[in-house]
Each structure stands twice: as C-alpha cells, then as structure tokens.
Design a protein around this ligand. Structure first.
Ligand code: SF4
Length: 378
C-alpha cells in the first residue's frame, strides 16, 4: 500500500502524523506491506525505517551515492568487482525504506522489471565472462516476480554458466512480507542448489530490528534452513532503530538462534533524506567494541562501509586518512586500486571523489554520519 496523506497515515498506523509532514509524504510516500504496517503499529523503533520525518527535507547527502562504476551496458546488471555481479530482475519494492540508497532512482515505485530478452542478455553477459564466480540477485524485491526469478535461476544453472558457483538471493521480504517465502519458493530455490557440484543457493536476509523476528519471519527462516539453504543477514545500522548495544545484541542473538549467519552491519549510505537515520564512524566503532564485550565472536558481524569504488570493512581493510574542516567529510583508504577497476573497464579514468595514495590505493571521499542524536526518539 502507498500512503500519500498525513490523515491516512495516522488512521492506518495509529501514530501521530503532524500536518507539517505532508511535504515529506508528497516527495516520498510511505509504502508498506500489511506485515510491515502491523510492525509499525507495535514497534516504535522499527517503525522509524518507514515513517516520514521532517529532516528528510534537509540537504546533506547525495541522490546517487553508490552507483557510478557499476554500469555494464546490460540493463539490470551492475558490477564493480571482478568475480561477481548483481542482477536486478524486479525493480520495485513492496515497502519504502527511508534509508534506501535507491530511493531517488524512481525504481522503488514504477521502474519496469527486466523482460525475458533482458534476462537472456544478462545470462549471456555472465556466460561470456568466466571470471564471474558468484551472482547476486537483488532488486527491488526479487520475490515479487517468481517467473522472472525462475528464468534467472535456471539460466544460471545451465552448462554455459558452469563457472558460477554460489547464487545469492537478497530479499527484504523475510522481514516485510514473510508469506512470500512459502514452500513453493523454497522448493524453487532448493532445486537450483547442488552442493556436490559446488553450486549453493544462499539467501541474504535484511533484518534490522529484533521486533522483525516475529513468528511468520521465524517460520520462513526455518523453511529455508530446513531445505538446506544457507541464510545470512545484512543489517543496516540506523539511528534510533538498532544503534543501541542492547538492541543490536538482541537482534544478533535472535538471528543466530534461528540459524542465520550475522554477516554484516552496513553503514547507512549518505543518501539525501536519510541523514537523521545515519550513525557516525566513531559511534559505530564504539558499538562494535560493545558487541565484542557482550557476546561470542561467532555472532559479531563485519562493519562495512559502501563507497563508490566498493565495500570496505572499517578499521580492517579500509580506514579514515583525513577529515575535512566541516567535521564530516572524510577520505577513506580503500583496498582497491585503479588497475583493479580497469580490469573491468580499461578506459576508466580516476573516478570523481577519489584519489590515489603513495602506494597506489584508491582513497575515496565519503560523508560520515552525524555524531549527535539531534533529538531522535530512542
Ligand atoms: S526493500 Fe531494499 S531495495 Fe527496497 S526500499 Fe527497502 S532497502 Fe531499498
């Protein structure tokens, strides 16, 4: 459902929706599934992921903080790494996450999905490059069109793409519409997994708050695990949602109890309209220390920043080398080199917002999150 007025928002969610929020809804309507609406009604912290906020009209941030190097010339296929690429068969989502880096792409509401010919072109692109070892199917929400998903899965298991081992399926619906993970879907995924041939199918969940681990989500996770499918979680670190150590700790334990690998905590990207949900590097590193003190290393995720040249684990293979006078613009040393990027695009010049350090590593400009709560509800 799409909610475009404060009156309807208040009536449906049971939450206060001030008239001043109408311009925010005009720019960014609220999109919810029935399942997410129920979550919004009962969990104030989890609701912050979907509810409008006046600060969404504040200026810090970019409309396209990530995509840039990822063009492949094949619609629906993005790639910035040598050994893996992303395919997006479905461009729309069933929810509108306020922090999403694709929120300005128009894709979450109306971009058309890949058609059969475009999926065939994506499969031909993958078949032609034996350097590709993994494929990530994402979106939008790939579970919204099972036919396209089936076409892609079966194409990726043909002999021409024998170099592709793991297929990863990223789906937010485990938290927002778990009924989509029904026995038929699980059978479809399991049918395309062949562990003896080194061809697993993995599901990347996106659960951000312990309140999202309700009975329907737990049942869907159990279905996947019982079918022998590996499930890992990617959490986005969000102010007021999961930045408190006790909340993040509960989430990680909850996932672990249900057999989910707690793989990453991603920084919310510097996307325009999401600044109020972002957390600074300093706060995140303190949270990481606190998680380490509180629990087993088996449940402690990697703390990852997504930059325009690729992902880095903060303090491990990437770190801050300079902070500008505004206090928030930082330069991050990355594990990537220009030569490495040129393996994918020989004509590539130094991307905007990057420079090379003395060792030839790419250093990238990045907007750190705000370091004070600015009155966010906890
Ligand atoms: S479900 Fe994923 S792609 Fe869709 S709005 Fe949320 S974060 Fe973005």
């Amino acid at each position: 459902m799409e909610i475009r007025s404060v009156e309807r928002l208040a009536a449906l969610t049971g939450r206060e929706a001030a008239p001043e929020l109408q311009p925010v809804l005009d720019a960014y309507p609220v999109r919810l599934t029935e399942h997410a609406l129920e979550l919004v009604r009962r969990s104030p912290a989890a609701a912050l992921q979907y509810m409008p906020d006046l600060r969404e009209l504040d200026p810090p941030g970019e409309t396209d903080p990530f995509v840039g190097l990822a063009r492949t010339g094949v619609r629906g296929v993005e790639r910035i790494y040598r050994d893996r690429c992303v395919v997006m068969p479905v461009s729309r989502c069933n929810v509108g996450c306020r922090f999403c880096f694709r929120r300005h792409h128009g894709m979450l509401r109306h971009a058309r999905p890949m058609d059969r010919e475009e999926i065939a072109a994506a499969l031909a692109y993958i078949a032609a490059d034996p350097r590709l070892r993994e494929v990530l199917i994402t979106g939008g929400e790939p579970l919204l069109d099972r036919g396209r998903l089936a076409q892609l899965l079966s194409g990726l298991r043909r002999p021409e793409t024998a170099h592709v081992g793991p297929i990863r399926l990223a789906c937010r619906s485990l938290a927002t519409a778990p009924e989509l993970v029904d026995p038929e879907l699980v059978t479809l995924l399991a049918r395309h997994q062949d562990l003896r041939a080194g061809r697993p199918v993995e599901v990347a969940a996106h659960v951000n708050h312990p309140d999202e681990l309700g009975p329907a989500t737990v049942q869907a996770l159990a279905r996947l695990r019982e079918a022998g499918l590996h499930v890992y979680n990617q959490t986005v670190l969000l102010r007021g949602v999961n930045d408190a150590p006790e909340v993040m700790s509960d989430l990680l334990w909850g996932l672990r109890r249900h057999g989910v690998e707690t793989y990453t905590i991603f920084f919310c990207e510097p996307v325009l309209g999401a600044d109020h949900l972002r957390v600074s590097f300093a706060e995140a590193l303190r949270l990481k220390d606190e998680l380490r003190r509180r629990g087993s290393g088996r449940r402690n995720p990697h703390l990852v920043v997504t930059t325009r040249v690729g992902k880095l684990e903060l303090g491990v293979d990437g770190w801050e080398v300079e902070r500008e006078a505004d206090g928030r613009t930082v330069w991050l040393r990355t594990p990537y080199t220009l030569d490495g990027l040129r393996e994918l695009d020989p004509a590539l010049t130094l991307p905007a917002g990057t420079r090379l350090d003395g060792a030839g590593q790419l250093v990238v400009r990045y907007l750190d999150g705000p370091s004070c709560p600015r009155g966010d509800p906890k």
